[in-house]
Ligand binder design. Structure first.
Ligand code: SF4
Length: 368
């Protein structure tokens, strides 16, 4: 397989599809006996894959079976869930603890790992040592929507390989530039995208859309450009794709890509478009500055719940969220510890969606 190739396989059995597409792309030619291989899924929250938030454990099984059938014994699954969520809980809920036992592979919570500093351009990045130490890194993102960056796929998946403090800092840096830069310091060797059922409204799942496909690529810029186009976006609309291309992470030139489709008879021919529900809920209500994904996701979920409960019109004051409001007085409602100088705020870092609902429906509410 070459760096300008994208393979897409269609179907409904992710384990068999992954095994098949790895075989068709001759990935075994890239493996050496004794290699230590890392698999980095997207387990942003502790929700099963059918929620649309996390990588299918069956897809990961397909990779492990393929690697083991080709003589690879040293395999580590590694992830660090988003700020405020437990990776270990995600490993249990998403079926990864069972897989690790069944195939005798290592399971690492990158939140427990030490980090090394890497400099890319004018940015110093902290990256978890276990992710840096493997001989071959396989990134396994879910193709889904993101309420701050529009989509999340290969480039953004690497954000799970940094400490929580660094995740918060990424948001304070505007997210796009550090997402692009981390891929210069820690490039995946192979990308297997779970495009079976991603959430095209919320990153953290709950509104899954059945897409029934797996993508294989080596270039994260090419992969994300293709993924963006599938969802109706040009690469220029996703800032981190353009930045990554500019600093030489890869190429977003789809005209030079070789695209191979497998099992087209099983193709789900629907058109997939992200919902702009998250933006609708925030429009005219929310002012965000450097908000962490988990915090912003909780707020959007809370607003969605209030919309369903028909309590949203009662929120008359502006809502502030994000690290940009630390120490800044605002005459409105604050979400999370960073907004403690707002006239009223809900505690938590990040606060739970339920606490946000209770607070916005009754601003005098204070969670325990
Ligand atoms: S309160 Fe929210 S925005 Fe602030 S650091 Fe915590 S999670 Fe991030």
């Amino acid at each position: 397989m070459e760096k300008n190739e994208i393979h897409i396989i269609y179907g409904t059995n992710p384990r068999n599809m992954v095994y098949d597409v790895l075989t068709q792309a001759h990935i075994a030619a890239k493996l050496r006996p004794g290699m230590h291989i890392g698999i980095k899924p997207n387990l942003v929250v502790a929700k099963p894959a059918d929620s649309g938030a996390t990588t299918s454990p069956q897809a990961v099984e397909g990779v492990i079976q393929y690697l083991q059938d080709n003589g690879i014994e040293n395999i580590t699954i590694m992830e660090g869930s988003w700020v405020g969520d437990s990776t270990k809980q995600a490993y249990k809920v998403c079926g990864y603890a069972a897989i690790a036992k069944k195939y005798n592979v290592h399971l690492v919570d990158l939140k427990d790992d030490q980090f090394s500093k890497k400099t890319v351009g004018d940015l110093e990045l902290k990256i978890c040592n276990q992710a840096l130490s493997v001989d071959f890194l396989i990134s396994m993102p879910v193709l889904k929507a993101h309420c701050q960056t529009l989509i999340t796929c290969a480039l953004k998946n690497m954000k799970g390989c940094i400490p929580d403090s660094e995740k918060r800092r990424f948001h304070s840096l505007g997210l796009h530039k550090p997402i692009a830069y981390i891929n210069k310091a820690l490039a995946p060797d192979l990308i297997v995208v779970d495009g079976m059922c991603g959430d095209l409204t919320f990153e953290e799942g709950g509104s899954p859309v059945q897409m029934d496909r797996i993508f294989l690529a080596m270039d994260p810029v090419l992969m994300d450009t293709y993924a963006a186009s599938l969802l109706g976006y040009a690469k220029e609309e996703i800032d981190y794709i353009a930045i990554a291309e500019n600093i030489g992470v890869g190429s977003g030139d789809l005209s030079q890509a070789k695209i191979y489709e497998h099992h087209v008879e099983a193709k789900n021919n629907h058109t997939f478009r992200p919902s702009n529900r998250a933006r609708q809920l925030a429009a005219g209500r929310v002012t965000a500055q450097a908000a962490c994904s988990a915090c912003y996701g909780s707020l959007i979920h809370a607003l969605q719940r209030m919309s369903e409960n028909k309590t949203l019109p009662a929120v008359k004051q502006p809502i502030y969220i994000g690290q940009g409001f630390r120490g800044k007085a605002r005459n409105g409602l604050g979400i999370g510890q960073c907004t403690s100088k707002c006239r009223q705020f809900v505690k938590g870092c990040p606060p739970a969606a339920k606490d946000i609902v209770d607070f916005l429906e009754n601003p005098h509410f204070t969670p325990n």
